[in-house]
Design a protein around this ligand. Structure first.
Ligand SMILES: C[S@@+](CC[C@H](N)C(=O)[O-])C[C@H]1O[C@@H](n2cnc3c(N)ncnc32)[C@H](O)[C@@H]1O
Length: 333
């Protein structure tokens, strides 16, 4: 069976035989991209053609949608592209190679030591943005903020709110501060970065009972679950959370309950197998009503939502697995 190095030889031979002299210019680039996609596909990369195009776009400095208008690589660009394709074939995450990850309307700086934001988390951020707008939220807290994806998306799209981003990892905090600074320099509302354990009752204790919305995409993968090679490049503390994957979510539920004002909302991302367990944790806290989960387009439960009950009351929640829509919850209040 061929190894990565064999692919690298194949790729370079094939790539240079689809050479840069003669023939239609766009055809030359097309052949290089096709060869690169074959290499990536053989290495097990799911989105091989898209990744090849995004790497070319990165090297050429043009949007992916404009690649068809590009003549070809210069020799230096071609060398750089070859290096990146080979690195991607070693299953280094695409975003570590380009240095950025898209998230809603943002391009976030990412790299080793910080979790790469995932497209599915855009659903949680979008839900939070909708709640923040319709409830005229003033204070929002993003627990386990990583690169700042959720916090910065909310700050960008709901500029009247004050957003706090809590993160524990020193390396992730460096990336978070870098992204927060970049967005503030772009004229967007500054996000307040808080270094600390999101489950610690002392962190942001001054906001207890005042927060309108708590959002979180915490680590939630059970320790023993195998992950794809790209995920192994995320920090383990960003991905794994004990034998059942709930080691962070469990105390986070109580922290969210303490931070929220009565009527405030929480949204917590989880694995699609954890919907019932997270709903039960929210219900067991006695602090939440209108507990539900939100599903993605494929029908998989992606994040739990709930509303803080009256202060001091322990009202319990609706049954786990109640999938009523969010507007239905709010109509009930
Ligand atoms: C799955 S990543 C999500 C990052 C970001 N919210 C996103 O959606 O891209 C989880 C993040 O939580 C951080 N984290 C894990 N445990 C934490 C804790 N107890 N307190 C604060 N941050 C924590 C990790 O360092 C990591 O950055």
């Amino acid at each position: 069976m061929a190894g990565i190095n064999d692919y690298s030889v194949d790729y370079r031979v094939t790539g240079s035989s689809g050479d840069l002299s003669g023939g239609p210019k766009t055809h030359r680039l097309y052949r290089v991209l096709a060869d690169a996609a074959s290499v990536l596909s053989a290495a097990g990369v799911d989105s091989a053609r898209v990744d090849a195009e995004l790497l070319a776009s990165h090297v050429l400095g043009v949007p992916r949608g404009r690649l068809a208008a590009v003549d070809s690589f210069t020799p230096a660009q071609r060398q750089r592209f070859d290096q990146l394709v080979l690195a991607r074939a070693r299953r280094i995450p695409l975003q570590h190679l380009t240095g950025t990850a898209p998230f809603r309307h943002l391009e976030l700086a990412v790299g080793p030591g910080v979790f790469v934001p995932r497209p599915e988390t855009e659903l949680l951020a979008g839900w939070g943005i909708e709640v923040a707008k319709s409830d005229k939220a003033r204070i929002i807290v993003d627990l386990c903020s990583g690169s700042g994806a959720i916090a910065l998306a909310v700050a960008q799209e709901v500029p009247q709110v004050r957003v706090y981003a809590v993160e524990q990892s020193p390396v992730a905090l460096d990336w978070l501060r870098r992204n927060v600074t970049a967005r503030a320099e772009a004229g967007e509302p500054p996000v307040t970065v808080v270094a600390g354990d999101a489950t610690d009752p002392g962190v942001l204790a001054e906001l207890d009972g005042q927060v309108d919305l708590v959002l979180s995409n915490p680590p939630y993968v059970p320790d023993a679950v195998p992950v794809p090679p790209e995920v192994a490049h995320d920090p383990a503390t960003a991905v794994f959370a004990g034998p059942d994957g709930l080691a962070v979510i469990r105390p986070l539920v109580d922290r969210a309950a303490a931070l929220l004002r009565p009527g405030g909302w929480v949204g917590i991302e989880h694995d699609d197998s954890q919907a019932a367990a997270v709903a039960e944790l929210l219900a067991a806290s006695g602090a939440f009503v209108d507990i539900a989960d939100e599903r993605d387009l494929a029908g998989r439960p992606r994040f739990a939502t709930a509303r803080r009950g009256p202060a001091g009351a322990r009202p319990g929640g609706t049954a786990a697995g109640d999938h009523r829509g969010r507007l239905a919850h709010r109509d009930a209040l």
